[in-house]
Design a protein. Structure first.
Length: 326
């Protein structure tokens, strides 16, 4: 059977993906059910801070991209969570993530949620769901990362890194694609050029990333701002939907800014509130639907992980209103 010529914005699920997703779900649950005590997040368990922010949609967006959240200029309350991918020691190689939850009013007491989940590396480490399944199975068996890199996972090299600057001074990428209008995009968040003030130097302690946030936002009372831009899919073959190991290098288009206000970073009630929230690429308006196999797997794997976490902690999931105070 002839392979169809890929088209911009279209998904092409490979044969056997549904079975691979079910196997991945089972293995992922097995790994986390084996942990003693309350279950931590399946992904990005170390929370550095949960912060209030303002999400402002730009007024000069190209017409073709004025859909969904970006249809008209506007300002929304947002919550930002910074985290580590696995480890608790900030001086070790890690994946560093930024999750942005935009609270979109919809005429009811509880707003719609639009999540943007990004990490400090432009590409994902695995090509597809089967690739992730094989990787997780190998790590469960204790296969060293160097051996994994040599046996078909070259993108693992450099995927984790030691932080050399504050989380407020890093850039972050969605790695996987999302729908936008008739096309597809990947998100990229970069510190705004308008952000002033000297960079906060990191210490050499296991919590140095949290300490840097406290120093800038709480002690110095200096906010931070990010530009949210997109790399649009301009070539369906060189910028595939179904292989997130390929970087999209089209010219970025700025759609919004995220302003993180000066605020306390270590209030226990606020940290607990943000920790209890659920974050997933599928907290999305229909116009920004996640695309590709990795995102299709994330839908069910993240749901399983959240359900297990809330069951073992005894806490019900929270839908934020944006009016909480701590």
């Amino acid at each position: 059977m002839a392979v169809p010529t890929p088209e911009i914005g279209h998904e092409y699920p490979p044969d056997g993906e549904s079975a691979a997703i079910e196997q991945l779900r089972a293995l992922h649950l097995q790994v986390h059910q084996a942990q003693p005590g309350p279950t931590h997040r399946g992904e990005h368990p170390k929370q550095h801070a949960g912060l209030w922010a303002t999400f402002e949609v730009a007024d000069d967006i190209p017409e073709a991209m004025r859909v969904g959240l970006f249809a008209t200029p506007g300002r929304y309350t947002a919550i930002v969570r910074f985290s580590n991918g696995r480890g608790s020691d900030d001086t070790k190689p890690e994946v560093h993530a930024m999750a942005v939850k935009v609270l979109v009013p919809n005429g009811s007491e509880l707003p719609r949620m639009q999540d943007f989940i990004v990490a400090d590396h432009p590409v994902f480490f695995s090509r597809n769901v089967q690739h992730v399944l094989e990787f997780l199975a190998a790590t469960v068996k204790g296969t060293p990362v160097a051996q994994l890199a040599a046996n078909g996972y070259p993108k693992v090299v450099g995927f984790s890194s030691v932080a050399t600057r504050s989380l407020l001074d890093m850039s972050y990428w969605s790695q996987t694609p999302y729908k936008l209008g008739e096309g597809a995009v990947k998100y990229v968040l970069t510190p705004s050029a308008t952000t002033g003030g000297p960079a906060v130097a990191l210490t050499h302690t296991p919590d140095c990333l949290r300490d840097a946030l406290i120093e800038q936002l709480t002690v110095q009372k200096r906010g931070a701002q990010f530009d949210l831009s997109v790399n649009p899919q301009t070539d369906a073959e060189t910028m595939p939907i179904e292989d997130p190991t390929e970087e999209w290098t089209s010219a970025p288009v700025r759609l919004a800014t995220i302003a993180i206000h000066p605020q306390p970073c270590d209030v226990a009630a606020q940290m607990a509130f943000v920790e209890n929230l659920s974050w997933t690429p599928w907290n999305a308006l229909p116009e920004h639907r996640p695309l590709g196999g990795i995102n299709r797997a994330r839908k069910v794997v993240y749901e399983d992980s959240s359900a297990l976490r809330h069951k073992t902690t005894g806490q019900s999931p929270i839908i934020p209103t944006g009016h909480e105070s701590f």
